[in-house]
Structures are given as structure tokens and as C-alpha cells.
Design a protein around this ligand. Structure first.
Ligand code: G1P
Length: 298
């Protein structure tokens, strides 16, 4: 087993956003699930902000049909800015202008067939080249403390190996995740020796589920190219990670922060309630509402 030693910084992140979002129909019939808001920001913006905080400057979106709103969101909105400027709404103007910070670029590429997460990541291979990169799934909103991706970039710069985000998942819910097995190396760190996509509870090798944050060495592309259809008939990123860990060191990292599964209605609702409670503009009102006004409805 060899330890890759690229020692390069993570400048690029892939955001796979081609999924149909069918769990949220009809909300997602004509607009992307990644544009669903948590309080006042779309999910994809939380993901991009986390990447920016980790030092990533090149955002690569792997998109599909009906996803134009994502590109529009990260584009300059001339008419809107003009209107806000004319009416003296300086604060709102600042918000509209700061969606993409200076020095950050966005690239969009179409995944023409929905063949799975592994296939989506491979679609962007030519935009990555020979350097480490991140993959961020916007469905998983991680809130609180340091950017989770930044924590992982720190681990990558120490170990120079791929780093997969994990968290403990209790009971049968584990079957909705990639699940790792490995040796604990430190308080939050595992050296992987196995990973399996969506196992039955009785077959799960541990209770540590993969969360949608990954940092990969470019060697992952060799294994993505060699993939055969896996769980659900899709080209699974998890299977490529399994092949990668047989060839080189791969770490898993238990990030600090609260993760909301915004791919589910309940997760999205929890994120909305909990982030509304800490929102500077409406936090106090929401707290009052939940404490005093809800009783009659429960
Ligand atoms: C994907 C991955 C899975 C991972 C999960 C995290 O699954 O395939 O390994 O645990 O994201 O959110 P999905 O939720 O897209 O089915």
C-alpha cells in the first residue's frame, strides 16, 4: 500500500446537482432541490459558502435538466442590483452581490444521463486534472463552528490522502448511507479498510455513515473509470472509494458540526427551524412563536 504525497492545496470542488429531487415533488417539478431555501438561503449556497471557507476557489457544478436556476443564482443579477441601488436598499444590494465572493469562479457541466454519484463525479474529471479536490453534496447541510470541509482540508494537508466525512448513525437508518469500517487513529479519525453502499442493518460493518463531504486524490478517477454498476444499478462513488483504499491510504473524519439531511422533508424542516432560531433578524420571534403560540396546534 502506498501513501500518496501530493501535498497540494484543495482549490476545486465538485457539486453534483443533477438529481431529480423526486422526494420533494411537486416543489421540485420545475426547480432544483438544491435551490430550496433554509430560512433565506438556498441549500446550494450553504454548500458553496462552506467550500469558500475551506479555501476552495473553483466551484464545478455537475448539473442536469431543469437546473438553470443554480447557474442564475451564482450569476450577476444586473436588473436586481440596478433596482436595489436605485431604491437605496444598500443592505439587500450587498447580500445580492456577495453570493459569489471575489476570486471565486463557477463552472457548469451537464451530466447527460443520471447514472449515479460516481458517474457524476467522473463527468468533471477533465476540469480537475491532476490535483486533489473536494466533492460536496448540498443535501447535507452542516452547520455550526468551523466549515466541515475546512476541517477535512486540514486533515488532507496533514495526511496527503483522501478524506471521507463520517458521522454516527443509529439503528436501521444506517441503510441509507455508505458505511465504513476502519481503525480508529485519533479522536475523530479512522484509517479505512472497507466501505459499502447502503448495507442492510445486519450487514453494516459499523455505525459510521458517510456524510456528503469528500476530499479525493486524483487517483480516484482511475477507479471511477473502472466502475461497474453497483447498488441500485448505479455507478457508486462508494465502490470507487473501496477500490481506492485497496491501493492507497484513505482516512475517514468525524467532523464537528450538526448535519441536517435536507434530502428528506423532516431534515429540511429541522434545518429551517433550528437555523431560524439563530437567525439575527427573526430568531427572537421564532423562539417566541415556538414557545408560546404553538401549543394550540399540538
Ligand atoms: C450518497 C452516497 C452515500 C452517502 C450519502 C450521504 O447517497 O451514495 O454513500 O452516505 O450520499 O448523504 P444518497 O443520499 O445520494 O442516496
Amino acid at each position: 500500500m502506498s501513501v500518496t504525497n501530493t501535498n497540494k492545496v484543495v482549490r476545486k470542488a465538485i457539486f453534483p446537482v443533477a438529481g431529480l429531487g423526486s422526494r420533494f415533488l411537486p416543489a421540485t417539478k420545475a426547480s432544483p432541490k438544491e435551490m430550496m431555501p433554509v430560512v433565506d438561503k438556498p441549500l446550494i449556497q450553504y454548500a458553496v459558502e462552506e467550500a469558500v471557507a475551506a479555501g476552495v476557489t473553483e466551484m464545478i457544478f455537475v448539473t442536469g435538466r431543469a437546473k438553470r436556476a443554480i447557474a442564475d443564482h451564482f450569476d450577476k443579477a444586473y436588473e436586481l442590483e440596478h433596482q436595489l441601488e436605485k431604491s437605496g436598499k444598500k443592505e439587500l444590494l450587498k447580500i445580492a452581490q456577495s453570493v459569489v465572493p471575489k476570486g471565486v469562479s463557477c463552472t457548469y457541466i451537464r451530466q447527460t444521463e443520471a447514472l449515479g454519484l460516481g458517474h457524476a463525479v467522473l463527468t468533471a474529471a477533465h476540469l480537475i486534472g491532476d490535483e486533489p479536490f473536494a466533492v460536496v453534496l448540498a443535501d447535507d447541510l452542516i452547520y455550526g463552528g468551523d466549515s466541515a470541509l475546512k476541517q477535512m482540508v486540514e486533515q488532507h494537508s496533514f495526511y496527503s490522502s483522501s478524506v471521507i466525512a463520517v458521522q454516527q448513525v443509529l439503528g436501521a437508518a444506517i441503510s441509507a448511507y455508505g458505511v465504513i469500517s476502519g481503525n480508529k487513529q485519533g479522536e475523530r479519525l479512522y484509517l479505512l479498510d472497507g466501505i459499502v453502499e447502503k448495507p442492510k442493518l445486519e450487514d453494516a460493518p459499523s455505525d459510521m455513515g458517510v456524510t456528503g463531504r469528500y476530499i479525493f486524490t486524483p487517483q480516484i478517477f482511475d477507479h471511477l473509470r473502472a466502475l461497474k454498476p453497483g447498488a441500485g444499478g448505479e455507478y457508486q462513488l462508494t465502490d470507487a472509494i473501496h477500490a481506492l483504499l485497496l491501493a492507497e491510504q484513505v482516512m475517514a473524519y468525524e467532523f464537528k458540526g450538526t448535519r441536517y439531511d435536507c434530502g428528506s422533508k423532516m431534515g429540511l424542516l429541522r434545518a429551517n427551524i433550528e437555523l431560524a432560531l439563530v437567525h439575527p433578524e427573526i430568531g427572537e420571534d421564532v423562539r417566541h412563536y415556538l414557545k408560546n403560540d404553538l401549543n394550540g396546534l399540538l
